[in-house]
Ligand binder design. Structure first.
Ligand code: BG6
Length: 498
């Protein structure tokens, strides 16, 4: 059966850096279905060969170790280019000639929208007019993959959904959140539901609080204009950070299957307690790195946040009263995505702890999503030859050690394959997107209200503004990065609450 992958925005960065390398890797691993063709659609006039040359350049730049000339030559034969204007029906009709089979056989089509969001509705409408969204034959499929951002608030996300759902059904839409394609994000499910030892402890009876950090060392890079209109909350929290929260906090799904999984994630998002506007400064922090306003393309008076920290509660049986502290920012000290589950102290402290170790004497489990993918469990242990003195020790698992022969694949590799195979488990459903926006919109209202927290500047290369530390200090807690693991030699780890 003929299968076509059409990439709208084929001359853009995403295609060059991520999509074609991911398709090439799937091809190398013999995972692309036979009879696949990959068509790049874009306005720029390019010949098939010029498009292939450009894509080859991308492979050499982004997956150099995987490049093999003979593989490339076979892969390049799948690639072609279709110059076209997204607003012109004729260009879609010509595309249809390449996709549909002439003999009425089934022909599958996956349309990837790697274009500016304002064009999503128009592309989908034109695809429909050209009858490209109606499956041919009995078993063929037609699907669309939509990149983020999916709207810029609840209202725009809803109207985008309405537009798309006028022409396709929900099960034809694959909304990308590339964090869900990360192996270690999927491993949250395996850790929680593939083991018996964690789940009994995974609740308010044993967990003191949860921290989620998504830190980046880069600034706005080449996207200043977009970023300045968007800000961190909408760029990172609405999608990636809240998806991590949902996976950590969800109930066990009845099966690892798209709707079962997404039903459980939706329940978590529904249970997030709204942050009232007047409590905004207590539960949220917004920051901007020094020098942001001098970045080319940024408004010199910009009030856009490049850092956000939020404390939230989930109003459900499992998590009642357990704080979740979430933070994300640009230009921070390390590139790090990590979830830390900090357990309660034992009910009775029977043993002396090594001098100064106080808050540190709790168990914790940290799930490092990137870059040093792994899991670390901290427990207390007896100091040898030291009476009954105890101190923390760690059990460590690093993907790079245990699976050194299998490098971690890029998230787009898995996501593209799943979209081709019709598995929507790692894609966001309409209701997830809506609930996430509802929460984010509430925070944003608080940020312009009377009790709005001040925009706090922070040093590049720091862990964000001081307010982010205070968010935990006020509850006598600390971010993980201030804690033992990152403690320098000779530092006892003692912290005082200011
Ligand atoms: C994107 C954001 O969704 O995720 C970027 O738009 C951010 O601003 C990127 O840099 C981070 O992704 P990763 O996979 O490098 O953590």
């Amino acid at each position: 059966m003929k299968k076509s992958i059409v990439i709208f925005g084929a001359s853009g960065d995403l295609t060059y850096r991520k999509l074609i390398p991911a398709l090439y890797m799937n091809f190398r691993k013999r995972r692309l279905p036979a009879d696949t063709q990959i068509i790049g659609f874009s306005r720029r006039p390019l010949s098939d060969d010029a498009f292939r040359d450009k894509m080859k350049e991308g492979l050499l730049a982004f997956v150099p170790a995987e490049f093999a000339q003979d593989e490339w030559e076979s892969f390049a034969r799948l690639l072609s280019y279709h110059p076209g204007d997204v607003e012109k029906l004729n260009d879609y009709l010509a595309l249809a000639g390449k996709i549909n089979s002439t003999d009425g056989e089934d022909a599958d089509g996956l349309f990837y929208l790697a274009i500016a969001p304002k064009f999503y509705p128009i592309v989908v409408r034109k695809l429909d007019e050209a009858r490209l969204l109606t499956p041919m034959g009995k078993v063929g499929y037609r699907r669309i993959v939509v990149e983020k951002p999916f709207g810029s608030d609840l209202q725009t996300a809803e109207s985008l959904n309405d537009e798309l759902l006028k022409v396709v059904s929900e099960d034809q839409i694959y909304r990308i959140d590339h964090y869900l394609g990360k192996e270690t994000v999927q491993n949250i499910l395996v850790l929680r539901f593939g083991n018996a030892i964690f789940e009994p402890l995974w609740n308010r009876n044993y967990i003191d609080h949860v921290q989620i950090t998504v830190a980046e060392t880069v600034g706005v890079e080449h996207r200043a204009e977009f970023y300045d209109q968007t800000g961190l909350l909408r760029d990172m929290f609405q999608n990636h950070v809240l998806q991590l929260l949902a996976l950590v906090a969800m109930e066990p799904p009845v099966a690892i299957e798209a709707n079962a999984l997404r039903d459980e994630k939706v329940k978590v998002l529904r249970s997030i307690r709204e942050i009232p506007e007047e409590m905004s400064s207590r539960f949220t922090v917004r920051g901007q790195y020094h020098g942001y306003r001098d970045e080319p393309g940024v408004n010199p008076h910009s009030e856009t946040e490049t850092f956000a920290a939020v404390q939230l509660f989930l109003d459900n049986w499992r998590w009642q009263g357990v704080p979740f502290y979430l933070r994300s920012g640009k230009m921070l000290k390390e590139k790090l995505t990590e979830i830390v589950i900090r357990f309660r102290r034992p009910p009775l402290q029977m043993f002396d702890v090594l001098s100064g170790v106080t808050e540190l004497s709790t168990n914790h489990l940290s799930i490092t999503i990137q870059p040093d993918e792994g899991i670390h469990l901290r427990f207390m242990t007896k100091v040898p030859d030291g009476g009954m003195m105890m101190r923390p020790a760690e059990l460590d698992f690093h993907y790079s050690e245990t699976f050194h022969e299998t490098p971690i694949p890029e998230s787009y590799e898995r996501l593209l394959l799943d979209a081709l195979n019709g598995d929507a488990s790692l894609f966001a459903r309409k209701d997830e997107i809506g609930l996430a926006w509802k929460f984010i919109d509430g925070i944003r209202r608080g940020w312009i209200g009377e009790a709005a927290p001040a925009l706090q500047p922070y040093e590049q290369g720091s862990w964000g503004p001081p307010g982010a530390d205070r968010l935990l200090w006020k509850d006598s807690r600390w971010w993980e990065q201030e804690d033992t693991l990152h403690r320098s030699e000779g530092d006892s780890g003692e912290r005082t609450v200011p």
